[in-house]
Design a protein around this ligand. Structure first.
Ligand code: RRO
Length: 292
């Protein structure tokens, strides 16, 4: 059992926002009840069309994305995605993104009325939007403002998802915890770029995007290490986790749980492989990692 701000999970493996849609496609391949928790793609108040194509580019040991927060809005989510997700016993955490503290408050208020929602992950770290997103998460004062507004609007556990695009991740994490975050997810993607040698232009329609995958793992682990020593709430490690061993590395650095992201695009059952890999590690090293 793993307790993240009162969200009780049967194992420490969650699926990262934006890499698992709303679960339906993956449910055709495995039982979603096997997951520690499900985190949805970020939701905004109004539908968003997202950024111009191309939106995804493969890079050495990673990928760039610039989806631009495409989603159908909260009303559509509640009507069309929530009933499906509510059928599972796996805790459901909804990731919210707003252009303003007010939008985040509105989203949290609406989601708090839904009994199937067990937690809110606040995305203050999207690198691909002009307003909100990373602009909040790279500023400790704005981080504190957003998280405390959301916290006042809901009794649900609030998780702050942080951006790695900062010089001092611990100070941002401390601001989020001071504001009432019950856990910290880190990291979102690294602002990055790739150039097409034939055209001489960016390979992404929006020029820059967020780098994820194994390329970022060591930096993410360093950040988890720093933050887990700076705050007293659980840290959820994210960044290039492909195997159980990767997940264990994050846990040994200080993470209480992990999220599998980019790996979901490589293997449809990536989170199950990670769960199995952690179990195998624990049976080989019962004293190194104690998850009971
Ligand atoms: O939609 C996106 O482009 C996106 C989001 Br909201 C995010 O939080 N992180 C990311 O890499 N892409």
């Amino acid at each position: 059992m793993v307790d993240i701000a009162g969200i009780i999970m049967k194992n420490p493996v969650m699926v990262a926002s934006g890499t698992f849609g709303f679960g339906k496609e993956y449910a055709e391949y495995f039982d979603l009840n096997k997951l520690g928790a499900i985190i949805t793609k970020s939701i905004t108040m109004k539908p968003r069309e997202g950024n111009p194509a191309p939106r995804i580019v493969e890079t050495p040991a990673g990928m760039l994305n610039s989806i631009g927060l495409q989603n159908e809005g909260i009303d559509y989510f509640i009507k069309n995605h929530l009933p499906f997700l509510a059928k599972y016993e796996t805790p459901l955490i909804v990731n919210i993104a707003g252009e303003s503290p007010e939008e985040c408050v509105e989203l949290a208020t609406i989601l708090s009325r839904e009994s199937s929602v067990k937690g809110i992950e606040v995305n203050i770290s999207c690198p691909n939007v002009k307003k909100g997103g990373m602009a909040f998460g790279i500023d400790a004062m704005l981080t504190e403002e957003i998280i405390s507004s959301v916290k006042k609007a809901t009794k649900l556990p609030v998780i702050a998802k942080l951006s790695p695009n900062v010089t001092d991740i611990s100070s941002i994490a401390k601001a989020a915890v001071n504001a009432g975050a019950g856990a910290i997810s880190l990291v979102n993607t690294f602002l990055a770029m790739a150039i097409d040698l034939e055209t001489g232009k960016s390979r992404l329609g929006s020029l820059t995007g967020g780098l994820s995958g194994p390329a970022i793992k060591p930096i993410a682990i360093r950040m988890v290490y720093e933050v887990s020593r700076a705050v007293k709430v659980p840290v959820i490690g994210i960044g290039g986790i492909m195997t159980g061993e990767d997940a264990v590395e994050f846990m040994l650095a200080g993470a209480t749980a992990v999220q599998v992201g980019t790996a979901n695009f490589v293997n449809v059952d990536a989170p199950l492989r990670v769960i199995k890999g952690i179990e195998e590690y624990v049976s080989r090293h019962p004293r190194t990692l104690n998850l009971s």
